[in-house]
Design a binder for this molecule. Structure first.
Ligand code: AHR
Length: 308
């Protein structure tokens, strides 16, 4: 007896590869970093043949929790997310665990028990803070008053960049942080915070440690408008190294250093998901390799960014 089948063959069975469905909850669109990260994830999902359900939480934890619950209800194969803040994830991640859905943390860690997620894919924010402080020490000849503009309060990068910088400061007794405020990782907020610092006591400020480049670009505008020279009167060290604007600012002498934090996590995410799906073990933290950029090497990196 010969069976003749009609319609398209079910290659998912013959190739042994079922199309995986992944629910991803993104923080929002606060920075060039975040927008680049979203593009990376969407593009890599398409290239990897993943069915991606993408939700933008617009900076709100409750939106992320709702998104994760909807992924559980839809019985996705994997849940991935970038937690907007560190705390408050235990209950919803326990629900995912009970439903048997593996969770991957992307970019930011959540303050939960290790059994509630499979792996974290992202940067070493603490190390970024340490490196930022070392570069600041060089710029200031180890002496000066620093203002800090932090990322969103309670987030993994804000906590660890601050801690890394502070821990390193003990090596430089003549350098100190005189003011610290959050700018939520938004350019406009960075500008507002710097304007407020300047108005309060501009003479006291020798440098700024700023948790991302968007806020640094805002702060540069505020310093310009105040009538001081950013990068000269007030040295600037920030984090990300993603947008062309920060490299242009460095080349113009308006900013000094940017410590890299890579947003291109999409390919690694889906590679890791496929490994887990095929039963491979993965490390608990898959770290990203990163550089540091200043006047010496900014041009090279800018050219690379222009080609992308
Ligand atoms: O979590 C990474 C941080 O989030 C980036 O440094 C910042 O630009 C983004 O918004």
């Amino acid at each position: 007896l010969i069976m003749v089948s009609c319609g398209r063959p079910d290659t998912s069975k013959t190739s042994g590869a079922k199309k995986l469905t992944v629910g991803f909850s993104q923080v929002g669109a606060e920075s060039v970093w975040r927008i680049t990260n979203t593009i990376s994830i969407k593009k890599a999902a398409e290239e990897a043949g993943i069915n991606l359900i993408f939700k933008d939480a617009q900076q709100k934890q409750e939106n992320q929790i709702t998104a994760i619950r909807s992924f559980i209800a839809q019985k996705v194969d994997f849940i991935a997310f970038s937690p907007v803040v560190d705390n408050g994830w235990d209950v919803v991640l326990m629900e995912a665990k009970d439903a048997g859905i593996p969770v991957i943390l992307v970019d930011r860690k959540a303050n939960v028990e290790q059994s509630l997620y499979v792996t974290l894919i992202g940067s070493d924010f603490y190390e970024e803070g340490v490196n930022a402080c070392k570069r600041m020490a060089k710029l200031l000849n180890e002496t000066g008053n620093i203002v800090e503009i932090q990322g969103n309060t309670g987030s993994d990068p804000a906590i660890k960049r601050k801690k890394g910088f502070q821990d390193q400061l003990v090596n430089y007794p003549n350098m100190k942080i005189v003011k610290s405020e959050t700018g939520d990782f938004f350019r406009q907020r960075g500008k507002e915070v710097m304007a407020y610092f300047l108005k309060d006591d501009a003479k006291k400020i020798d440098a700024a440690f700023i948790h991302n480049d968007d806020m640094a670009l805002g702060a540069i505008e505020a310093i310009d408008e105040y009538g001081l020279r950013p990068g000269k009167d007030i040295k600037i060290v920030s984090v990300d190294a993603v947008s062309q604007d920060i490299f242009n600012a460095i080349l113009e002498g308006k900013s000094n250093v940017t410590v890299e934090c890579s947003p291109n996590l999409g390919p690694q995410l889906f590679e890791t998901i496929k490994k887990i799906a095929s039963g491979e073990k993965v490390e608990k933290w898959i770290k990203t390799n990163e550089g540091i950029f200043d006047m010496e090497n900014a041009k090279e990196k800018l050219e690379l960014l222009k080609q992308q």
